[in-house]
Write a protein that binds this ligand. Structure first.
Ligand SMILES: [Zn+2]
Length: 309
């Protein structure tokens, strides 16, 4: 067995382009200007940029990087592929500092790359959870310190008012998770998010928090775990799956990322959701996970330019 790290696309720029082109253009090169597929001219020659094509119709030049997270980046494509592989395959994530040292790029470039890669990890559309009438666990957790919140009176440091709030859902049948930052844990905030992501046929499973009571009536069944009464669950009425998800997320955020600002938290959630939804237990190995991530680089909006964390 040869090492995955010896693959040519990690070391040779032309091979890197060919690798990405084969995956993003399975039916032949696509002109990003006019949309025409195939039959374009590959420009070659000593002074020509690697991966440059010319459209057979509109005659404009293009590369496979256009319209992806790689666009306008001066970092070689082979290093992007190395970074994608490292992020896709490290169980708890990989810090910008580690990426900076491993790839030999500046810390600023590493930070920028890793945030772009997180954008590619945002899951596409999938069917509402619990569509088969199965169990969907829903729970919230509190993490880090949301510095955008002003302390209320003298209660500073107590409770969870000042923390970031995260809502997560796990579909027990498919084993997939989706998580999101929420402003607060009021019923009026959580109910629309739960209704938008969970099928009415589902069996909703939550703890006894009051904010789940009314929304629970929208579903085929609402199983409630009474933690206050010292209960961990009855039969399959438990929230162990989602607690497992939160523990992986929290270990990664604490150990690898040392927490992050409120406005970046959604990107980290996308990263942990991606790895969880493409994990080994679901039959997805490292190489395949990296390829799934690579297919997500297309059509991502990049609106952030800052490096403040
Ligand atoms: Zn064209």
């Amino acid at each position: 067995m040869t090492s995955i790290l010896s693959a040519a696309y990690f070391h040779n720029e032309s091979a890197a382009y060919e690798f990405v082109e084969a995956r993003l253009w399975p039916n032949g090169p696509v002109c990003p200007h006019c949309g025409v597929i195939g039959g374009h001219y590959q420009l070659k020659g000593e002074s020509t940029r690697i991966g440059l094509w010319k459209c057979k119709d509109c005659r404009k030049p293009f590369t496979v990087k256009m319209g992806t997270i790689f666009e306008k980046s001066h970092i070689p494509l082979r290093l992007w592929l190395q970074a994608i592989f490292l992020i896709a395959c490290s169980k708890k994530g990989i810090s910008s500092n580690q990426l900076h040292r491993t790839l030999g790029i500046t810390l600023k470039s590493a930070w920028f790359m890793s945030h772009r890669i997180r954008e590619a990890m945002r899951s596409g559309e999938f069917a509402p959870f619990g569509s088969d009438g199965g169990a969907v666990e829903v729970d919230e957790t509190f993490i880090g310190h949301d510095k955008t919140i002003k302390p209320k009176g003298q209660k500073k440091g107590r409770g969870y008012h000042h923390k970031n709030k995260v809502l997560a859902l796990v579909d027990r049948t498919t084993g997939r998770a989706i998580s999101m930052v929420v402003d607060d844990v009021k019923a009026s905030t959580l109910a629309p998010l739960i209704k938008a992501n969970v099928a009415r046929e589902a069996r909703l499973i939550t703890d006894e928090a009051a904010y789940y009571t009314i929304v629970g009536r929208e579903f085929a069944e609402h199983g409630v775990v009474r933690h206050q009464a010292g209960e961990y669950g009855r039969g399959d009425i438990h929230t162990n799956t989602i607690e497992g998800y939160f523990s992986i997320f929290k270990r990664g955020m604490k150990g690898v990322y040392h927490h992050c600002g409120h406005h970046h938290l959604n990107r980290y959630l996308a990263e942990f959701d991606f790895r969880y939804n493409n994990r080994k237990a679901l039959g997805i190995e490292d190489r395949e996970r990296a390829e799934i991530l690579l297919r997500g680089v297309k059509g991502r909006r990049l609106t952030y330019e800052t490096t403040s964390e």
